[in-house]
Design a binder for this molecule. Structure first.
Ligand code: NCD
Length: 324
Protein backbone atom coordinates (compact mmCIF):
# COMPACT_ATOMS: atom_id res chain seq x y z
CA UNK A 1 0.00 0.00 0.00
CA UNK A 2 1.52 3.34 -1.06
CA UNK A 3 1.65 5.69 1.93
CA UNK A 4 2.29 8.77 -0.28
CA UNK A 5 -1.25 8.55 -1.65
CA UNK A 6 -2.27 10.43 1.50
CA UNK A 7 -0.27 13.59 0.82
CA UNK A 8 -1.28 16.44 -1.50
CA UNK A 9 1.15 18.10 -3.93
CA UNK A 10 2.41 20.48 -1.19
CA UNK A 11 3.18 17.56 1.16
CA UNK A 12 0.14 18.37 3.37
CA UNK A 13 -2.25 15.66 4.55
CA UNK A 14 -5.11 14.98 2.18
CA UNK A 15 -6.12 11.50 3.40
CA UNK A 16 -5.20 9.85 6.70
CA UNK A 17 -4.75 6.14 6.02
CA UNK A 18 -1.60 5.00 7.78
CA UNK A 19 1.25 6.44 9.86
CA UNK A 20 3.82 4.72 7.65
CA UNK A 21 5.75 7.26 5.62
CA UNK A 22 4.82 10.24 7.82
CA UNK A 23 7.52 12.22 9.62
CA UNK A 24 7.97 13.12 13.29
CA UNK A 25 7.23 16.74 12.36
CA UNK A 26 3.93 15.77 10.75
CA UNK A 27 2.90 13.63 13.72
CA UNK A 28 3.89 16.34 16.22
CA UNK A 29 1.93 18.94 14.29
CA UNK A 30 -1.20 16.76 14.52
CA UNK A 31 -0.62 16.35 18.27
CA UNK A 32 -0.07 20.11 18.72
CA UNK A 33 -3.25 20.89 16.80
CA UNK A 34 -5.19 18.35 18.87
CA UNK A 35 -3.86 19.99 22.02
CA UNK A 36 -5.07 23.38 20.78
CA UNK A 37 -8.58 21.85 20.70
CA UNK A 38 -8.48 20.59 24.33
CA UNK A 39 -10.59 23.44 25.71
CA UNK A 40 -13.22 22.75 23.04
CA UNK A 41 -13.09 18.97 23.28
CA UNK A 42 -14.06 19.18 26.92
CA UNK A 43 -17.08 21.43 26.34
CA UNK A 44 -20.53 20.42 25.25
CA UNK A 45 -21.68 23.65 23.62
CA UNK A 46 -18.82 25.64 22.15
CA UNK A 47 -17.92 24.91 18.57
CA UNK A 48 -15.50 26.29 16.00
CA UNK A 49 -16.67 27.01 12.47
CA UNK A 50 -13.63 25.41 10.78
CA UNK A 51 -15.65 22.85 8.81
CA UNK A 52 -18.93 24.75 8.48
CA UNK A 53 -20.69 23.70 5.28
CA UNK A 54 -18.66 20.48 4.96
CA UNK A 55 -20.35 17.09 4.91
CA UNK A 56 -18.64 14.18 6.63
CA UNK A 57 -19.89 10.67 6.02
CA UNK A 58 -19.14 7.93 8.55
CA UNK A 59 -18.97 4.68 6.55
CA UNK A 60 -18.84 1.85 9.04
CA UNK A 61 -18.83 -1.67 7.60
CA UNK A 62 -17.90 -3.07 11.00
CA UNK A 63 -19.52 -2.33 14.32
CA UNK A 64 -18.03 0.35 16.51
CA UNK A 65 -19.24 2.46 19.38
CA UNK A 66 -16.52 4.73 20.68
CA UNK A 67 -14.65 5.31 17.42
CA UNK A 68 -17.77 6.21 15.42
CA UNK A 69 -19.18 8.33 18.22
CA UNK A 70 -15.98 10.28 18.86
CA UNK A 71 -15.64 10.97 15.11
CA UNK A 72 -19.20 12.27 15.14
CA UNK A 73 -18.67 14.46 18.21
CA UNK A 74 -15.41 15.79 16.74
CA UNK A 75 -17.05 16.63 13.40
CA UNK A 76 -19.92 18.43 15.14
CA UNK A 77 -17.51 20.49 17.25
CA UNK A 78 -15.94 21.61 13.97
CA UNK A 79 -19.47 22.60 12.77
CA UNK A 80 -19.57 20.00 9.98
CA UNK A 81 -22.71 18.12 8.99
CA UNK A 82 -22.40 14.41 9.76
CA UNK A 83 -24.14 11.47 8.14
CA UNK A 84 -23.79 7.99 9.63
CA UNK A 85 -24.00 4.95 7.40
CA UNK A 86 -23.99 1.54 8.94
CA UNK A 87 -23.22 -0.45 5.84
CA UNK A 88 -23.79 -3.76 7.51
CA UNK A 89 -27.50 -2.93 7.22
CA UNK A 90 -27.77 -0.95 3.97
CA UNK A 91 -27.33 -1.15 0.20
CA UNK A 92 -24.10 -3.18 0.15
CA UNK A 93 -25.96 -5.98 1.90
CA UNK A 94 -28.43 -5.85 -1.03
CA UNK A 95 -25.56 -6.56 -3.40
CA UNK A 96 -24.59 -3.03 -4.47
CA UNK A 97 -20.86 -2.74 -5.12
CA UNK A 98 -18.73 -0.63 -2.83
CA UNK A 99 -17.86 1.71 -5.70
CA UNK A 100 -21.51 2.29 -6.59
CA UNK A 101 -22.27 3.09 -2.94
CA UNK A 102 -19.35 5.53 -2.90
CA UNK A 103 -20.39 7.30 -6.08
CA UNK A 104 -23.93 7.67 -4.71
CA UNK A 105 -22.63 9.21 -1.50
CA UNK A 106 -20.29 11.48 -3.42
CA UNK A 107 -23.25 12.71 -5.46
CA UNK A 108 -24.77 13.75 -2.12
CA UNK A 109 -21.79 16.19 -1.87
CA UNK A 110 -19.68 14.40 0.71
CA UNK A 111 -16.36 16.08 1.51
CA UNK A 112 -14.95 13.29 3.67
CA UNK A 113 -15.42 9.58 4.24
CA UNK A 114 -14.46 8.12 7.61
CA UNK A 115 -14.11 4.42 6.84
CA UNK A 116 -14.04 1.32 9.00
CA UNK A 117 -13.87 -2.03 7.21
CA UNK A 118 -13.04 -5.62 8.09
CA UNK A 119 -10.70 -5.92 5.07
CA UNK A 120 -7.12 -4.68 5.28
CA UNK A 121 -6.55 -2.10 2.54
CA UNK A 122 -10.20 -0.99 2.25
CA UNK A 123 -9.53 2.65 3.15
CA UNK A 124 -6.67 2.84 0.62
CA UNK A 125 -8.96 1.33 -2.03
CA UNK A 126 -11.62 3.94 -1.34
CA UNK A 127 -9.04 6.76 -1.32
CA UNK A 128 -7.92 5.70 -4.80
CA UNK A 129 -11.45 5.89 -6.15
CA UNK A 130 -12.99 9.03 -4.64
CA UNK A 131 -13.18 12.41 -6.39
CA UNK A 132 -10.03 14.51 -5.89
CA UNK A 133 -11.60 16.93 -3.40
CA UNK A 134 -12.82 14.12 -1.07
CA UNK A 135 -10.64 13.12 1.90
CA UNK A 136 -10.64 9.61 3.37
CA UNK A 137 -9.81 8.79 6.99
CA UNK A 138 -9.05 5.23 7.99
CA UNK A 139 -10.98 4.38 11.16
CA UNK A 140 -9.63 0.80 11.19
CA UNK A 141 -9.08 -1.64 8.31
CA UNK A 142 -8.84 -5.35 9.12
CA UNK A 143 -5.63 -6.13 10.95
CA UNK A 144 -3.74 -3.45 9.04
CA UNK A 145 -4.01 0.01 10.60
CA UNK A 146 -5.95 2.23 12.97
CA UNK A 147 -3.95 5.44 12.70
CA UNK A 148 -6.32 7.81 14.55
CA UNK A 149 -6.31 5.45 17.57
CA UNK A 150 -2.50 5.42 17.55
CA UNK A 151 -2.46 9.24 17.39
CA UNK A 152 -4.84 9.58 20.33
CA UNK A 153 -2.76 7.08 22.28
CA UNK A 154 0.39 9.09 21.58
CA UNK A 155 -1.42 12.29 22.59
CA UNK A 156 -2.40 10.61 25.88
CA UNK A 157 1.20 9.51 26.46
CA UNK A 158 2.53 12.99 25.67
CA UNK A 159 -0.04 14.56 27.99
CA UNK A 160 1.01 12.38 30.94
CA UNK A 161 4.71 11.82 30.22
CA UNK A 162 5.87 14.83 28.18
CA UNK A 163 7.09 15.11 24.60
CA UNK A 164 10.47 13.42 25.05
CA UNK A 165 9.51 10.00 23.77
CA UNK A 166 13.18 8.96 23.69
CA UNK A 167 13.10 8.85 27.50
CA UNK A 168 10.21 6.39 27.60
CA UNK A 169 10.00 2.61 27.83
CA UNK A 170 6.64 1.41 26.56
CA UNK A 171 5.13 -2.11 26.59
CA UNK A 172 2.22 -3.22 24.39
CA UNK A 173 0.68 -6.37 25.88
CA UNK A 174 -1.72 -8.85 24.32
CA UNK A 175 -3.04 -9.89 20.95
CA UNK A 176 -0.44 -8.16 18.78
CA UNK A 177 -1.07 -10.52 15.84
CA UNK A 178 -4.65 -9.40 15.16
CA UNK A 179 -4.28 -5.80 16.31
CA UNK A 180 -4.40 -2.90 13.87
CA UNK A 181 -3.93 -0.62 16.90
CA UNK A 182 -0.59 -2.31 17.73
CA UNK A 183 0.62 -2.07 14.13
CA UNK A 184 -0.14 1.67 13.92
CA UNK A 185 1.31 2.31 17.37
CA UNK A 186 4.54 0.51 16.51
CA UNK A 187 4.98 2.72 13.44
CA UNK A 188 3.97 5.91 15.24
CA UNK A 189 6.07 5.42 18.38
CA UNK A 190 9.12 4.53 16.30
CA UNK A 191 8.63 7.65 14.16
CA UNK A 192 8.52 9.75 17.36
CA UNK A 193 11.77 8.09 18.51
CA UNK A 194 10.52 6.12 21.54
CA UNK A 195 13.36 4.99 23.85
CA UNK A 196 12.33 1.33 23.97
CA UNK A 197 9.24 -0.39 22.62
CA UNK A 198 8.37 -3.86 23.88
CA UNK A 199 5.62 -6.24 22.81
CA UNK A 200 4.48 -8.92 25.24
CA UNK A 201 2.44 -11.95 24.14
CA UNK A 202 2.54 -15.70 23.70
CA UNK A 203 4.26 -16.71 20.42
CA UNK A 204 0.87 -17.66 18.94
CA UNK A 205 -0.24 -14.01 19.23
CA UNK A 206 2.92 -12.42 17.79
CA UNK A 207 3.42 -11.89 14.03
CA UNK A 208 6.34 -13.89 12.53
CA UNK A 209 8.10 -10.76 11.32
CA UNK A 210 7.86 -9.02 14.70
CA UNK A 211 11.63 -8.49 15.06
CA UNK A 212 11.71 -6.50 11.81
CA UNK A 213 9.23 -3.95 13.18
CA UNK A 214 11.67 -2.31 15.60
CA UNK A 215 10.31 -3.81 18.84
CA UNK A 216 11.62 -6.08 21.58
CA UNK A 217 9.40 -9.17 21.96
CA UNK A 218 8.80 -10.80 25.36
CA UNK A 219 6.82 -13.93 26.22
CA UNK A 220 6.78 -13.33 29.97
CA UNK A 221 4.75 -10.40 31.20
CA UNK A 222 6.85 -10.00 34.35
CA UNK A 223 9.93 -9.33 32.22
CA UNK A 224 8.08 -7.27 29.63
CA UNK A 225 6.70 -4.72 32.08
CA UNK A 226 9.79 -4.34 34.24
CA UNK A 227 10.55 -0.61 34.67
CA UNK A 228 8.24 0.60 31.90
CA UNK A 229 6.66 4.08 31.91
CA UNK A 230 3.61 3.14 29.86
CA UNK A 231 1.61 -0.09 29.50
CA UNK A 232 -0.81 -0.44 26.60
CA UNK A 233 -3.15 -3.42 26.96
CA UNK A 234 -4.91 -4.88 23.92
CA UNK A 235 -8.18 -6.73 23.70
CA UNK A 236 -8.12 -10.40 22.72
CA UNK A 237 -9.66 -10.18 19.23
CA UNK A 238 -11.65 -13.37 19.45
CA UNK A 239 -13.60 -12.51 16.29
CA UNK A 240 -10.34 -12.59 14.29
CA UNK A 241 -8.95 -15.83 15.72
CA UNK A 242 -9.27 -18.71 13.32
CA UNK A 243 -8.04 -21.58 15.47
CA UNK A 244 -7.66 -22.27 19.12
CA UNK A 245 -4.70 -19.92 19.56
CA UNK A 246 -5.20 -19.87 23.30
CA UNK A 247 -6.02 -22.60 25.73
CA UNK A 248 -8.68 -20.47 27.48
CA UNK A 249 -9.32 -16.99 28.84
CA UNK A 250 -8.74 -18.00 32.44
CA UNK A 251 -5.31 -19.31 31.54
CA UNK A 252 -4.59 -16.14 29.53
CA UNK A 253 -5.43 -13.97 32.54
CA UNK A 254 -3.24 -16.14 34.76
CA UNK A 255 -0.25 -15.73 32.43
CA UNK A 256 -0.75 -12.25 30.93
CA UNK A 257 -3.51 -10.45 32.84
CA UNK A 258 -2.51 -7.11 34.36
CA UNK A 259 -3.00 -7.32 38.11
CA UNK A 260 -2.06 -4.86 40.86
CA UNK A 261 0.76 -7.18 41.88
CA UNK A 262 2.28 -7.26 38.39
CA UNK A 263 1.88 -3.49 38.07
CA UNK A 264 4.38 -2.99 40.91
CA UNK A 265 7.13 -4.25 38.55
CA UNK A 266 6.71 -1.19 36.31
CA UNK A 267 7.83 2.38 37.20
CA UNK A 268 5.91 3.75 40.21
CA UNK A 269 4.22 6.40 38.02
CA UNK A 270 3.37 4.01 35.17
CA UNK A 271 0.21 4.76 33.17
CA UNK A 272 -2.10 1.98 31.97
CA UNK A 273 -3.93 2.34 28.66
CA UNK A 274 -6.42 0.25 26.65
CA UNK A 275 -8.14 1.22 23.36
CA UNK A 276 -11.40 -0.40 24.49
CA UNK A 277 -13.61 -2.29 24.58
CA UNK A 278 -12.08 -3.91 27.70
CA UNK A 279 -12.61 -7.54 28.60
CA UNK A 280 -12.45 -7.18 32.37
CA UNK A 281 -10.82 -10.17 34.01
CA UNK A 282 -9.32 -11.33 30.69
CA UNK A 283 -6.71 -8.68 29.80
CA UNK A 284 -6.74 -6.77 33.02
CA UNK A 285 -8.16 -6.82 36.48
CA UNK A 286 -11.04 -4.39 37.15
CA UNK A 287 -9.06 -2.95 40.07
CA UNK A 288 -6.35 -1.89 37.60
CA UNK A 289 -8.81 -0.69 34.92
CA UNK A 290 -10.47 1.61 37.47
CA UNK A 291 -7.35 2.30 39.53
CA UNK A 292 -5.09 5.36 39.90
CA UNK A 293 -2.69 4.38 37.09
CA UNK A 294 -5.45 3.94 34.51
CA UNK A 295 -5.86 6.68 31.86
CA UNK A 296 -8.36 4.69 29.79
CA UNK A 297 -11.11 7.32 29.94
CA UNK A 298 -8.60 10.10 29.14
CA UNK A 299 -7.92 8.23 25.93
CA UNK A 300 -11.57 8.64 24.93
CA UNK A 301 -11.50 12.43 25.50
CA UNK A 302 -8.19 12.74 23.70
CA UNK A 303 -9.83 10.83 20.85
CA UNK A 304 -12.18 13.75 20.25
CA UNK A 305 -9.39 16.37 20.11
CA UNK A 306 -7.22 14.11 17.92
CA UNK A 307 -10.00 13.40 15.44
CA UNK A 308 -10.88 17.10 15.29
CA UNK A 309 -7.25 17.84 14.37
CA UNK A 310 -7.05 15.14 11.70
CA UNK A 311 -10.38 16.02 10.11
CA UNK A 312 -9.59 19.74 10.06
CA UNK A 313 -6.07 19.25 8.70
CA UNK A 314 -7.06 16.84 5.90
CA UNK A 315 -9.72 19.34 4.83
CA UNK A 316 -7.17 22.12 4.53
CA UNK A 317 -6.90 23.70 7.99
CA UNK A 318 -3.41 25.09 8.54
CA UNK A 319 -2.51 24.66 12.22
CA UNK A 320 -0.57 27.91 12.59
CA UNK A 321 -3.87 29.82 12.58
CA UNK A 322 -5.30 30.65 16.00
CA UNK A 323 -8.33 28.63 17.09
CA UNK A 324 -11.00 30.94 18.37
C1 NCD B 1 -9.96 -1.11 18.55
C2 NCD B 1 -10.33 -1.52 17.14
O1 NCD B 1 -11.49 -1.50 16.76
O2 NCD B 1 -9.41 -1.89 16.42
N1 NCD B 1 -10.98 -0.48 19.26
C3 NCD B 1 -11.33 0.80 19.04
O3 NCD B 1 -11.07 1.38 18.01
N2 NCD B 1 -11.96 1.42 20.05
C4 NCD B 1 -9.40 -2.23 19.32
C5 NCD B 1 -10.28 -3.41 19.59
O4 NCD B 1 -11.30 -3.59 18.95
O5 NCD B 1 -9.88 -4.20 20.45
Amino acid sequence: MRPDIQLDSDGGLHHFLTLEGLTATQLSSILDTAESFYPLAGQSVRKVPLLRGKTIVNLFFENSTRTRTTFEVAAKKLSADVINFNLATSATSKGESLLDTLKTLEAMQADMFVVRHQQSGAAHFIARHVAPHVSVINAGDGRHAHPTQAMLDMLTIRHHKGAQFERLKIAIIGDILHSRVARSLIHGLNILGVGQLRVVAPDTLLPNDIETLGVHPFNRVEQGIKDVDVIIMLRLQKERMQHAMLSNEHEYFRLYGLTEKRLTLAKPDVIVMHPGPINRGVELDSVVADGPHSVILDQVSHGIATRMAIMAMTLGYKPDRVVG
